[in-house]
Design a protein around this ligand. Structure first.
Ligand code: PGA
Length: 287
């Protein structure tokens, strides 16, 4: 409840009815003879004691995870859980990275959480995932980062758009006459585009904000405007989806995918083994 910001959300995550979760929280507070949270606005706020309990619960879960890992290690197996968070644009290739590793370790429970950049940053802040895949690691957190792959950001239009027939590069300024379909605020793709435009002294106001790469692809194909997406989100045959990559001066915007993890927390064995597995197989792009 504290992590997800509400009883309703916690109930959905646990596949339980909301009253069941409310009752359990009440029973927990009664058993501990304290108040764990108080109403605040339309939601709930943790009391100081609630915050202490949350911290203790996290420590207990961490201790349990370490026990499971060490016990499995003693038996010579890689067990426990590997949880990786990935920004939405990375969902197009991260499963392929995880697949062979998961296959080699059938005793490992693997979970891939896919969220936009802001949500992944929040999860890293709270130490919810040991590893995350993202393009723009945040500056304010103690993170190790390993850039492992290029992430070119490209401009796309409907396949039949007049700009799609241009052979010579389009000037970025010429794009400003076109409506831009951007990702939602909080998306790393959008942030990278905003930074690029700011560097060029340009402003290209978003006409419509869409909450996923797929929504942008559909809207672009329907002729609603231009979009800027990772080339990874386009798939192998963008033409079949009715979209075309435009030749624009300054594009692709060159960004890289990073694997990041907290420097101030030890990596569990599954996460450390997965990192080693990737380091043996991937050749990072030059800086
Ligand atoms: P996003 O991903 O646009 O889905 O947030 C890009 C990134 O942050 O790397």
């Amino acid at each position: 409840m504290a992590r997800l910001g509400g009883v309703g959300r916690a109930a959905r995550a646990l596949h339980l009815a909301q009253p069941t979760v409310s009752t359990q929280l009440r029973e927990l507070a009664t058993a501990l003879d304290t108040t764990l949270f108080v109403p605040a606005g339309r939601g709930l706020r943790l009391t100081d004691e609630g915050a202490l309990l949350l911290e203790a619960a996290r420590e207990m879960l961490d201790a349990w995870r370490h026990y499971e890992e060490r016990a499995a290690q003693a038996r010579g197996l890689l067990r426990g859980r590997l949880r990786v968070a990935a920004v939405t644009t990375a969902e197009y290739f991260v499963p392929e990275l995880i697949g062979p590793f998961a296959h080699a370790h059938p005793g490992l429970a693997v979970e891939l959480v896919v969220e936009n950049r802001d949500a992944v940053v929040r999860r890293l802040e709270q130490g919810e995932d040991e590893l995350a895949v993202m393009m723009l690691p945040p500056a304010g957190l103690p993170l190790e980062r390993w850039p492992f792959m290029e992430n070119p950001l490209v401009v796309v239009a409907a396949a039949g758009h007049p700009l799609a027939r241009r052979r010579t590069p389009i000037e970025p300024r010429a794009l400003l006459a076109q409506p831009l379909l951007a990702r939602e605020a909080g998306s790393g793709t959008r942030l990278a585009l905003e930074r690029f435009l700011a560097e060029q002294g340009l402003a290209w106001p978003a006409r419509m904000a869409l909450g996923s790469n797929e929504a942008i692809k559909h809207a672009v194909a329907a002729g609603l405007g231009l979009g800027v997406l990772s080339r990874h989100a386009l798939g192998r045959d963008p033409g079949r989806d009715g979209i075309a990559e435009l030749k624009v001066r300054g594009f692709p915007i060159h960004r890289r995918w990073h694997l990041v993890w907290r420097r101030d927390r030890p990596l569990g064995r599954p996460a450390a083994a997965f990192l080693e597995h990737l380091r043996e197989r991937l050749r990072p792009p030059p800086a």
